[in-house]
Design a binder for this molecule. Structure first.
Ligand code: TPP
Length: 514
């Protein structure tokens, strides 16, 4: 018998969406209770965890991820996590269970009133099919919409009595392909601007890593002799951090960016917003005498940028088109920058971590005050080696690390989480234990919201309350969720604790006072 349910499973299967990340209520039981044998369900104990896992999975797999939330309350709980998914261009196909159609108008319990406006503006598309028969086609539309650039989360609300309705027509799985390379004339113009400028610089964003284009960026930098910065507020790593051309991460303020790029006459920004500032330090948008060329696959990013000429096109295609237009000869190699030796708490932890972690390790970080120390200490060379909450919304790191590990089972995932951040999605540890997902978690315990202390100084706020978060026993909490945990001091013995934890086939938590 052909039903809404069987047809939807066919669409999902054809899209590679056979893993459901969810947290169920009664509205969702008719869907998840009938999953075919080739589908699996990954349970998160609240919706921030569910969306965090799915976000990590989608980003690290390069494909869509299927999420099933519980009606309005589950969607509400997911919204904070959706801010990160939105800014990471993460293609999440989110479904939520709705009351039966006859019941919705009277607002029976678990009705998702105004279901299509609730997740706005953090989804590209929100649908509630007008008829049961339109559910499978709507699901196909949602998958394609999530995957078309700019990628992003989509949302489909489905009344739970729709699933067993019979269908006359089977919806066909289709391919949707997207072009989008820049026209030859635009590539000629950008290549000419690069060739004629005297001191050009390359600034890369997370969408370069998302498009698997890091190697192309390295080739462009080497060919044109470009110093390379990562755009402010990075959520992925688009360039090898030990490459001699790598300069670091740009500061996230107007004044900071223009000071760091002073002396350059052409700034080529690829796969990033221009720019995603954070601290308000007004100043010139660009250094004196500089012009900016912005390449992005996101028309919204192009339209709202603060400065520069924007070109909307596919990132790898554009990098490749530029390489074809630049002379074959390599620019001379720069002198490598001396490596900074650092010695305070978190830096010592990162030094040790860098020594024991495999080269292909993937870092998921959410330790806000240690970001500078992380970027100056840790070597990231492989594609897809770093993830951070793209909107800065805490509660990403613990669950996203699980999704990344599920998508990349051959690589070691190491999550570096602040003791403040850890509390925003701590039940992710239960999922780690239940599905035996071998992430190594480092919780850096400074007993404070350290980053906010820094901001308070910057903003001249004298005594903000609540920034002391001491007294949390993370080992007991982790063990309560079923994850092996231990405390370890920064210093020479830390490696003896980290190494076996990383070699183990099970999740672990290491709590390090900093
Ligand atoms: N709530 C959410 C959902 N996201 C946020 N980013 C914040 C609040 C504000 N916030 C930014 S940094 C921070 C907070 C609460 C403190 C994080 O503390 P911790 O994880 O211990 O890292 P530290 O800054 O001490 O390195």
């Amino acid at each position: 018998m052909r039903t809404v349910l069987s047809s939807t499973f066919n669409i999902l299967r054809a899209s590679g969406l056979t893993t459901v990340f969810g947290n169920p209520g009664s509205n969702e039981l008719p869907f998840i209770g009938n999953l075919p044998n080739d589908f699996s369900y990954v349970m998160g104990l609240n919706e921030a965890v569910v969306v965090g896992i799915a976000d990590g999975y989608a980003q690290a797999s390069g494909g869509p991820a299927l999420v099933n939330l519980h009606s309005a309350a589950g969607t509400g709980n997911a919204m904070g996590a959706l801010t990160n998914a939105w800014y990471a261009h993460s293609p999440l196909v989110i479904t939520s269970g709705q009351q039966v159609r006859e019941h919705m108008g009277g607002e029976a319990m678990l009705s998702n009133v105004a279901a299509t406006t609730l997740p706005q503006p953090l989804v590209k598309l929100a649908l509630e099919p007008a008829l049961p028969a339109d559910v499978p086609r709507s699901m196909a539309q949602a998958v394609h919409s999530a995957m078309l650039h700019p990628r992003g989360p989509v949302y489909v609300s489905i009344p739970y009595d729709d699933w067993d309705r019979e269908l006359d027509t089977e919806v066909q799985a289709r391919r949707v392909r997207q072009g989008g390379g820049l026209p030859a004339g635009d590539l000629d113009e950008i290549a000419a601007r690069l060739s004629t400028s005297e001191r050009p610089v390359l600034v890369l964003g997370g969408d370069v890593d998302a498009a698997q284009a890091n190697a192309l960026a390295v080739r462009l930098a080497d060919r044109a002799g470009l110093p390379v910065w990562i755009a402010p507020s990075p959520y992925r790593c688009p360039f090898p951090t030990r490459h001699p051309r790598f300069q670091g991460v740009l500061p996230a303020s107007m004044r900071g960016v223009s000071a760091a790029l002073a002396g350059h006459d052409l700034i080529l920004v690829v796969g990033a917003p221009v720019f995603r500032y954070h601290q308000y330090e007004p100043g010139p948008l660009l250094p004196d005498g500089a012009s900016l060329v912005h390449i992005t696959s996101d028309p919204g990013e192009a339209a709202r940028a603060w400065s520069g000429d924007a070109f909307v096109g596919d990132v790898p295609g554009t990098l490749d088109g530029l390489l074809r237009r630049l002379p074959e000869k390599q620019a001379p190699a720069p002198v490598p920058r001396p490596r900074q030796v650092l010695s305070s708490g978190p830096e010592r932890v990162f030094e040790t971590l860098n020594q024991v972690a495999p080269e292909s390790a993937i870092y998921v970080t959410e330790s806000t005050s240690t970001a500078d120390a992380f970027w100056t200490t840790i070597d990231i060379s492989a594609q897809g080696g770093f993830y951070f909450p793209a909107a800065g919304g805490l509660g990403f790191g613990l669950p996203a690390a699980l999704g990344v590990q599920l998508a990349q089972p051959e690589r070691k995932v190491i999550a570096v989480i602040g003791d403040g951040a850890a509390n925003f999605a701590i039940p992710a540890l239960w999922t780690a234990a239940r599905y035996d997902i071998p992430v190594t978690y480092l919780i850096l315990q400074n007993n404070a919201y350290g980053a906010l202390r820094g901001f308070a100084d910057l903003m001249d706020i004298q005594h903000p309350p609540g920034l002391d978060v001491s007294g949390i026993d993370f080992c007991s909490i982790a063990e309560g969720y079923g994850v092996r945990a231990e405390r370890a001091e920064a210093g020479p013995h830390l490696a003896d604790v980290l190494k076996p934890a990383m070699d183990a086939d099970a999740p672990s938590v290491i709590v390090i006072p900093t």
